[in-house]
Design a protein around this ligand. Structure first.
Ligand SMILES: *Cc1c(COP(=O)(O)O)cnc(C)c1O
Length: 377
């Protein structure tokens, strides 16, 4: 990530927002001014408007804006009935917050291994993980493509599905639009995401009006009416009005941004398809949105070092599987328990990917990767 002063013109990172801000500055600042001038700074027209527009975009009945993606997962799990001590089946090959959210509400993450081709939850292994304490399944639509939720349900039956859509805004899988195939779905608008705010934000979508009502209560201390906590105490997890108004602006360009990401992916495939790199495979029935463009090489660390020497700073998502982290030692997993997940952690890395990435930077990246691979070979 380039910061002012570190010769931004020479360093290429996996993500940056300054080119976007330069392009959209007037619209963004006008959105901020609309909120500040509205006379209402918390849970006003911006959050309400964004919720309606985001629900419509996904073709779902309801959307509840929250303060970040981690809380979106927490609230979604609680809204579908997950209680302390319950087991939630997910993957270890994801951002730590997926598991942190499960842990924070007192539930227990149970990890399925992932597929060697798409890096997504291996649905075929899920059946063996179901116990009498399993209360929910949390598939992660990793890197921008979707787990086949229909096939997952063939295995999990009536267990509620909560989708982790933090990386899959606008993606479509074999079961439909990400965010429209679970009992509830959690989104993050962390700035790097496919739809990113200028700060933190999140949302939960659902088709069920009862779930929506529970979510609204949970994000607002547990209250329906002001000053009175119903049923159970909740959280303070409101989406900020300023971020909501900025997100409304950015939602209008989301399809365009996704198209730009797909063009960049296409260019990487053309420029790197004949090298020894493993490039992303799109699963059947998937329309990938390329939150990340993740490649794979057995000598990843050496490759990244050579690239860093050329001013190309790439990133690894994710270098440590969650089940091997000290902070999750209490779960009792050992290295070797999830072989595909562990192998991927040693080999994957992400190429620069964001809608305003210039052609020049794409070409420089491709050339540098080719050079580095020639050195390694
Ligand atoms: C970003 C992310 C989250 C967490 O979102 P925050 O807004 O940072 O809390 C959760 N799950 C996945 C898969 C993510 O990529």
């Amino acid at each position: 990530m380039s910061t002012p002063g570190d010769s931004a013109s020479r360093t290429i990172g996996v993500w940056g927002y300054l080119a976007e801000y330069e392009r959209d500055r007037d619209e963004i600042l006008a959105a901020v001014d609309r909120v500040f001038s509205s006379g209402r700074l918390v849970l006003g027209d911006a959050v309400r408007g964004f919720e309606e527009e985001f629900a419509a975009y996904h073709g779902v009945g309801h959307c509840v804006g929250v303060d970040n993606g981690t809380n979106a997962i927490k609230l979604a799990l609680q809204a579908v009935g997950v209680r302390p001590g319950d087991e939630v089946i997910t993957v270890s090959n994801t951002a730590a917050p997926t598991a942190v959210a499960i842990d924070e509400i007192g539930a227990v993450p149970v990890f399925a291994d992932v597929r060697e081709d798409t890096y997504l939850m291996d649905v075929d292994t899920v059946e063996d993980l179901i116990t009498p304490r399993t209360r929910c399944v949390l598939p992660v639509h990793l890197y921008g493509q979707c787990v086949d939720v229909s096939r997952l349900r063939q295995v999990t039956g009536t267990l509620p599905v909560v989708e982790d859509c933090a990386q899959a805004h606008g993606a479509t899988g074999p079961a439909g639009r990400a965010g429209a195939t679970g009992e509830a779905a959690a989104f993050s608008f962390y700035p790097t995401k496919v739809l990113g705010a200028y700060g933190d934000g999140g949302a939960v979508t659902t088709q069920d009006v009862g779930t929506e009502r529970t979510l609204r209560r949970l994000r607002y201390y547990g209250m329906e009416e002001r000053y009175y906590v119903e049923k159970t105490p909740g959280h303070n997890a409101r989406l900020d009005e300023v971020q909501a108004e900025i997100l409304r602006v950015k939602l209008r360009r989301l399809d365009e941004d996704i198209a730009a990401r797909r063009r960049i992916a296409q260019r990487y495939h053309e420029g790197l398809g004949d090298t020894g790199l493993t490039l992303p495979a799109v699963g059947p029935g998937n329309e990938h949105v390329y939150y990340l463009f993740v490649a794979r090489h057995p000598r990843r660390d050496h490759l990244l070092k050579l690239l860093a020497d050329q001013g190309i700073r790439l990133n690894v998502s994710y270098p440590w599987p969650i089940h091997t982290m000290r902070g999750f030692g209490k779960l009792g997993y050992r290295a070797g328990d999830l072989p595909v997940t562990e192998r991927l952690a040693d080999e994957v890395f992400s190429l620069p990917m964001y809608a305003t990435l210039t052609r020049d930077d794409q070409d420089r990246t491709i050339a540098a990767v080719r050079d580095a691979l020639a050195v390694i070979a």
